[in-house]
Ligand binder design. Sequence first.
Ligand code: ATP
Ligand code: AMP
Ligand code: MG
Length: 203
Amino acid sequence: MAAIAIVVGVPGVGKTTVISRVVDRLGALGYNAEIINYGDIMLKKALELGLVENRDEMRKLPVTKQLYLQRVAAEWISKRSEEVDLILLDTHLFIRTPRGRWPGISENNIPYLKGVVQLVLIEADPEDISRRRMRDKSRIRSDYGSVSEIEADQLYNRYMSTSISIRYGCPVYILKNEEGKVDEAVEELVKVLERVITDSRVD
Ligand code: ATP
Ligand code: AMP
Ligand code: MG
């Protein structure tokens, strides 16, 4: 079973940016790490079913549909090859739906997500996150709210991270992704994940 590090953080904090570079750095160091973007897997199914036209529409679907997509994605993830040292699962501890915050990891998908050994919570200054969301024209994040809501969401993520940590018995590493300092965040995370990989290799 491949070891999994779950990587979370509020939308626009920089998860995808940071971990795409982390995987390259780990590769250069001789480790075989792979990214699975949970939203990509859900989107593939949602597009097949004609439910949405883009990834930012999924969180507005009825929660019953989101639960279905979430479970189908977890089943797919559970069947992934075991030939890697580490899977980095790019996802969310909660999704903002019209009915409120809904968990990204729960009894709906935990039975399929085995091998979780680390949680990485990426954070940044709420004002910086707000500006990143506005600058990033590739996504529609306008429904996410004000700077004070970002602050509240980052706090909510800290609360939720404790439940994941207790459920899997895994540590939570809080990584700051400061403005203009992606390189620093990447280097810091590479060091943590090297340790995760070497720990997982010990019988
Ligand atoms: P989502 O959860 O919505 O997928 P994300 O956490 O994956 O969001 P990214 O798409 O990686 O966020 O980054 C959002 C935007 O912020 C991108 O335009 C990216 O280039 C920019 N960004 C990421 N990290 C930094 C940083 N340290 N300084 C400045 N800009 C950054
Ligand atoms: P992302 O690109 O990481 O923002 O993911 C795109 C979308 O995928 C999110 O806005 C959610 O609708 C969905 N998504 C990602 N991870 C999960 C998850 N663990 N559970 C439910 N939905 C998710
Ligand atoms: Mg992303």
